[in-house]
Ligand binder design. Structure first.
Ligand code: NAD
Length: 298
């Protein structure tokens, strides 16, 4: 495993990160015992960065991850989130966030998280994030319940705007750097590098599009993106290559991102993804697949 420093935070994180949203059944029903074994297998293979949220399975993913990490908390860098609690339920008020961290710590069976992130900030007003949520999160940091504070979301311009208005330790972007799309690098990567903000790239499989099993029903991407993904899956299949391995390898090769977070809930996925981490890149195949990318993604 390779380890990188997450911006100026100094946190050392595994280059391959464990996304725990599948533990909350976000990609179909996960077997809880197998999910526990997947977490242990990931730790054995050197994965140290784990990302979860109250939103994933409405507390279930944090519960399951917390149970699996009993006795292993000291081995991992644990990231969770706040402010998003259901598909359309957001609450970034200071009062809610102070309660939220205590709920997360209870479910995760720990007394601090390494990284606490405002989850999907584009759904509320920018002033509320900048003037209320992030100051409340800094208060929680002073209390020792989180070590660092970050933001997550989909629109790159919103992440950029908020991180320009107020200092953040990390930015988690998803579905903006993978085989289908690379616009993370237009503004956000140089910005994060200049400011020494830790950059986390999530969903290297475009939330399931770049897998043999395909995306979940709730996937919000337009048909053109899903079709481009399907063409990439078929092109790999014709060559006898595994689309998920090729896609993950592409994302892992990003020059600045500290950790690439892929959703996993089985040992087989962990083993395959760690193997990909240790494999080389097939530049010709990547070129062939990138030629199939859509004009715009998600
Ligand atoms: P992803 O692109 O990582 O895809 C996950 C899907 O791919 C799951 O169905 C998983 O079972 C499957 N998969 C994993 N490895 C595989 C393999 N080797 N072969 C075949 N299938 C494989 O999407 P994601 O899980 O949504 O994103 C990763 C993580 O990033 C999440 O779990 C979450 O922790 C984080 N995330 C955060 C945000 C946010 O903060 N707004 C948004 C998206 C993702």
């Amino acid at each position: 495993m390779i380890y990188n420093t997450l911006g100026a935070s100094g946190l050392r994180v595994s280059h391959l990160g464990f996304g725990a949203s599948p533990l909350g059944n976000e990609f179909g029903s996960a077997d809880p015992d197998e999910a526990t074994r997947a977490v242990h297998c990931a730790i054995d293979r050197g994965i140290t960065f784990f990302d979860v949220a109250p939103y994933y399975g409405r507390g279930l993913a944090e519960e399951r991850l917390g149970a699996a990490l009993l006795g292993h908390r000291h081995q991992v860098v644990l990231a969770t989130k706040c402010g998003r609690y259901d598909t359309a339920h957001f609450d970034f008020s200071a009062k809610r966030l102070h309660a939220s961290i205590d709920e997360s710590l209870r479910r995760l069976r720990t007394d601090y998280v390494d990284l606490w992130q405002a989850h999907d900030i584009e759904f509320v007003s920018r002033p509320q994030i900048v003037e209320e949520a992030l100051p409340a999160m800094r208060d929680v940091q002073k209390q020792g319940k989180c070590r660092f504070v970050g933001i997550t979301g989909l629109p790159l311009e919103v992440l950029h705007e908020v991180a320009t208005a107020t200092p953040v330790d990390t930015i988690l972007s998803y579905c903006h750097y993978n085989l289908l799309v690379t616009d993370l690098d237009d503004i956000l990567t140089p910005f994060a590098r200049d400011r020494k903000i830790g950059l986390i790239n999530a969903a290297p499989l475009h939330m399931g599009i770049l897998t043999e099993q395909g995306p979940p029903d709730w996937h919000p991407a337009p048909a053109a993106v899903k079709n481009a993904g399907k063409c990439m899956v078929e092109a790999c299949r014709r060559r006898g290559d595994d689309i998920s391995s090729v896609a993950l390898r592409f994302a892992l090769d990003h020059p600045y991102v500290s950790t690439t977070v892929v959703g996993m809930s089985t040992r087989a996925e962990v083993e395959r993804n760690v193997h990909t981490m240790e494999s080389g890149t097939d530049a010709a195949l990547i070129g062939e697949l990138r030629a199939l990318k859509p004009a715009a993604a998600l």
